[in-house]
Every structure is written in C-alpha cells, then in structure tokens.
Design a binder for this molecule. Structure first.
Ligand SMILES: [Zn+2]
Length: 112
C-alpha cells in the first residue's frame, strides 16, 4: 500500500491505532484482524506491526457491512420507484408569463 492507494484516507494528523486499539474500536477480536490483514486496508512501516487510521477502520467496516436486500432497496430504490410521481409534483411556474411584454418604460433622468 502506498500514498496513491490511500485515497480513502482523509486524516489531517497522524493518529494511528495498533492491532489492539483497532480491534477495540471495531469491537472485534484482535486475532481476526491479524488473520485477515492481507485483505484489509492498513499501514505497514518495515518490520513494525501493521497500524490503522480511522479511515482504514471505516473502510474495513464498509467492507464487512451486511445489508439485507430489503434494506438495500430502501437505500437504492428501483428506478420506477425513484422517479417522482408527475401527478403529485407541482409544475414549475412559467415566469415568462409574469414579465411585462414590452418591459419597463425608461424615465428620463434630469440633468443637473
Ligand atoms: Zn486516515
């Protein structure tokens, strides 16, 4: 992983978490993080153990989110349900009708 693959990271300061802190934040077992580290976003500095920023944790969370189809339909309704009902949608007013046809007459400005 390098800077170009860390597009998900929006950290403005370094506040990395070790395995134990990351597992505690995610409420999961440390061993699960260690077992799946190759599949998870993280940072690795040489021979040091991997570290995680909160952006990594958010991505791990999203990777493992379980959204049942019924909930997914609520989030992303099918196109026919997402289209607004034309009978209930008020038409946009035509402002050209409210404008005077000839415009305003200009008044002469008195010269001082
Ligand atoms: Zn980050």
């Amino acid at each position: 992983m390098n800077a170009w693959t860390r597009q998900h990271c929006v950290c403005t300061e370094v506040r990395n978490l070790d395995y134990e802190e990351a597992a505690a934040a995610l409420k999961i077992k440390v061993q699960w993080l260690k077992d799946h580290i190759c599949e998870l976003p993280h940072q690795k500095f040489g021979h040091n153990p991997a570290v995680f920023c909160h952006c990594d944790l958010r991505l791990i969370q999203a990777m493992n989110a379980q959204v049942p189809p019924k909930a997914l339909n609520l989030l992303n309704p099918p196109a026919e349900q997402a289209a607004p009902n034309p009978a209930k949608t008020p038409a946009a007013p035509d402002y050209r009708a409210a404008r005077p046809a000839k415009g305003r007459a200009r008044k002469a400005v008195a010269q001082v």
